[in-house]
Design a protein around this ligand. Structure first.
Ligand code: ADP
Length: 202
């Protein structure tokens, strides 16, 4: 089963935390496996190693994935170091899926474009906005360049409306705009919130 695109292309799935991005990535990847396509999934490693892992949704479904520290490791895994993906030397998968792309580095952007140009269906999932509801790093660049963008919503934990934002809480209180990413000794958590109930303290 071929996609409606004649060659490779880029699909991006975005939304706040708990919006089902991983679920949707797993759904698309599983269908490609059923269609007997060659599929490779990646995700950012939380620790210092390159290793076998899995992409798991909050609801518990998963697919196996390789955990990487950056875009260079994805390139190395697909081609062997230094090989031009578009040169046709590499035996590329039909489909490459990558979860939590906002935690990788900006070198991901040229890599996924190169893969799409080389005929690969690239499926990315990640946060469009950070906890301040500001565009997340290089995500706008990916959204602009994608053939398809699916923007998912979660459910606001305060009012039940569609949630487009990720509320960062530190010790149960809304985080400040310039709070450090890691706060020593503080309990940090996240909730899905709508525009009205998303709070960033100045
Ligand atoms: P994401 O990758 O976007 O963080 P996941 O695919 O991991 O999302 O998880 C989505 C699942 O999380 C939902 O199907 C639902 O079971 C669960 N969930 C928990 N809290 C919420 C919420 N506030 N809104 C929507 N779904 C939620």
């Amino acid at each position: 089963l071929k996609s409606p695109y004649h060659g490779g292309h880029l699909e991006v799935i975005v939304g706040p935390m708990f919006s089902g991005k991983s679920e949707e990535l797993i759904r698309r990847v599983t269908r490609s496996v059923i269609a007997r396509q060659n599929v490779q999934v990646f995700k950012p490693a939380l620790d210092d190693r390159y290793h076998d892992s899995a992409v798991a949704s909050h609801a518990g479904r998963s697919v196996s994935a390789v955990a990487v520290r950056g875009a260079a490791e994805i390139r190395a895994h697909l081609s062997g170091e230094g090989t031009l993906l578009s040169a046709g030397a590499a035996d590329l998968p039909d489909v490459v899926g990558i979860d939590e792309v906002q935690f990788l580095d900006p070198a991901l952007v040229p890599l996924v474009l190169e893969l799409a140009d080389a005929g690969v269906r690239v499926i990315l999932a990640g946060l469009d906005l950070d906890f301040r509801a500001e565009p997340f790093g290089f995500m706008p660049e990916l959204l602009a360049r994608a053939e398809t963008v699916e923007k998912l919503t979660a459910i606001c934990t305060v009012c039940g409306a569609p949630a487009t934002r990720s509320q960062r809480l530190i010790g149960g209180q809304p985080a400040r705009f310039d709070d450090p990413v890691v706060l020593v000794g503080a309990q940090e958590s996240y909730e899905a919130r709508c525009r009205v109930h998303h709070v960033v303290r100045p």
